[in-house]
Design a binder for this molecule. Structure first.
Ligand SMILES: Cc1cc2nc3c(=O)[nH]c(=O)nc-3n(C[C@H](O)[C@H](O)[C@H](O)COP(=O)(O)O)c2cc1C
Length: 258
């Protein structure tokens, strides 16, 4: 038996030695390459484009806009943060008559004076993958000094536990602080950060001054594990871009999270 094994080894030792030798050379080359470059193989350009969306994809911009002032600001914020965008749309649309706060018989006056009528049903109050978002930016018009009650169903029927929430508002002149206090009372499980009120003519630079602060807070929490080569290779250091996108980043269609 031993003789047979010895014969076989003698017969195949040259090819065997060559194969083992080749493998060793390849492994050594790989180890040296990693040592000197500090990285694994670079992604292709298409992969690099994907990586730009990795870090911020856990951010969702949610907004309601009755007359269209809050919408473009929400779109700009989503573009600057490379976040997903979700519009809260009432099942029963508000006409301009409905929104006439000077008319004591208008819909908003009626809803303001009757709390049971302030429960506005939304077409969809539940963004896809909501549990996977770490940061929620929420925008609304100020109504009667606080956030429009249209966003209530969204606030009350989603779980904000552990999420960072950044409110922003548009208004004729009122500040945002009272609405932030009211948000904190409703969203006790999340961490509602200081808010920002924007004028209707806010520039993308005005908005970027705020989103840059959010962006800085996002990075440590959202960077993948240190050995995730796609992000290490992405050079992902760009601050929010000050140029608004002509089209929304996405509307009510949260893309799959990476
Ligand atoms: C019912 C109602 C109440 C409002 N209350 C206030 C208010 O208390 N303070 C204020 O500065 N603006 C108030 N406004 C003005 C809106 O906040 C402002 O026009 C906002 O930019 C509208 O945003 P939108 O176009 O996205 O709905 C009110 C508007 C409406 C329709």
């Amino acid at each position: 038996m031993l003789d047979k094994i010895r014969t076989l080894l003698l017969q195949y030792r040259t090819p065997l030695a060559l194969s083992v030798g080749s493998l060793a050379v390849v492994a050594l080359a790989f180890v040296l390459w990693r040592h000197f470059t500090g990285r694994t193989p670079s992604p292709q350009p298409s992969d690099a484009a994907d990586t730009l969306a990795v870090a911020p994809s856990r951010t969702l911009v949610v907004y309601f806009s009755a007359t269209g002032t809050t919408r473009p600001i929400a779109q700009t914020i989503a573009t600057q943060l490379q976040a997903d965008l979700f519009e809260l749309v009432p099942q029963q649309h508000y006409s301009s008559d409905d929104l006439n706060w000077r008319d004591p018989h208008s819909r908003v006056s009626w809803e303001r004076d009757n709390s049971t009528h302030r429960r506005i049903a939304l077409q969809n109050a539940h963004p896809d993958h909501f549990d996977q978002y770490q940061t929620i930016v929420i925008g609304y018009p100020i109504w009667y000094g606080t956030y429009s009650w249209v966003i209530d169903e969204f606030l009350r029927t989603n779980d904000f536990t552990g999420k960072l929430i950044y409110p922003f508002a548009t208004s004729g002149s009122s500040g945002i602080d009272d609405s932030v206090t009211d948000l904190r009372a409703v969203l006790s499980s999340g961490q509602v950060q200081a808010g920002r009120r924007f004028a209707s003519d806010a520039s993308s630079q005005d908005i970027a001054a705020w989103t840059a602060r959010i962006y800085t807070a996002l990075r440590p929490a959202q960077l993948p594990e240190p050995d995730d080569v796609r992000v290490l290779d992405s050079n992902y250091i760009a601050p929010p871009v000050a140029t608004p996108s002509p089209t929304p980043a996405a509307t009510n269609s949260a893309r799959p999270l990476l």
